[in-house]
Design a protein around this ligand. Sequence first.
Ligand SMILES: NC(=O)c1ccc[n+]([C@@H]2O[C@H](COP(=O)([O-])OP(=O)(O)OC[C@H]3O[C@@H](n4cnc5c(N)ncnc54)[C@H](OP(=O)(O)O)[C@@H]3O)[C@@H](O)[C@H]2O)c1
Length: 275
Amino acid sequence: MSQVPNIRLNNGVQIPQFGFGVFQIEPARTAEVVRTALEAGYRHIDTAQGYGNEEGVGQALRESGLARDEVFVTTKLINDRHGHDEAISALDESLQKLGLDHVDLYLIHWPRPRADRYVETWRAFEKILSDGKARSIGVSNFQVPHLERLAAETGTVPAVNQIELHPWLAQRELQAYHREHGIATEAWSPIGKGGDLLADERVVALAEKYGRSPAQIVLRWHIQQDNIVFPKSVTPSRIRENIDVFDFELSADDIATIDELDSGTRLGPDPDTFG
Ligand SMILES: NC(=O)c1ccc[n+]([C@@H]2O[C@H](COP(=O)([O-])OP(=O)(O)OC[C@H]3O[C@@H](n4cnc5c(N)ncnc54)[C@H](OP(=O)(O)O)[C@@H]3O)[C@@H](O)[C@H]2O)c1
């Protein structure tokens, strides 16, 4: 079993730094794939209402025999349910699908600034937190102005901001804001969706140097800067390989080499316009 460290969120809740993402895993396959991840030692699952596979996640959790407090479960509010009452009823539906009475982390999936309802939605999240339906609440894909607005208009700092983050998009400005305000950084598409990033000659050279795979090198880069990651895979050997990154360390020079890959390249949508 891996030795995944916990990170302490700003409300004291502990989150395993390494988890398993289930975006684009077909609903019918999700229970089997998540079971494989739990058997490989993952204790943190990142799903979303919009992924359509919360039922499969819940089934795998029940079949694993693990106690509820042994697995950290995150889900997210779908874009068309922004609003106070909408958010509360959406979480109730997610909980029913997951077969849980609370999640460990609930996120606003995208800010949708043009709809301009994320502050009202965040007030519902504050109620969700005080009602115990989520142990912690956060946001995803929020930019600095969106975070500043939450800080100015509400009393609760998000526990996390889950953002696209990998060596091609290092998000330095947002990361600095997070550090300053006690917001943990969660990195989505941490290995760049498994594409060309892993074939970059500098990543491949480091993989050869450390006797690891390119994905493990990139994941280790995240771990050493305190990012929370949850790579997705439906391939059992990759599921096991990805979490096996806690017995080696990249040197400062090699971290710097990966830092040089930052080109501001997004693989996903622009949060200022999406949704
Ligand atoms: N908040 C958001 O808006 C948002 C957006 C996107 C993602 N996310 C979250 O972040 C999680 C991870 O992001 P992601 O799924 O977009 O991308 P990712 O984890 O960076 O990459 C997943 C892709 O990489 C492949 N892969 C996995 N391990 C590999 C390895 N060791 N070597 C080579 N290829 C490998 C997978 O293929 P196989 O499956 O075929 O093995 C899959 O195609 C998601 O599942 C979701 O939980 C959140």
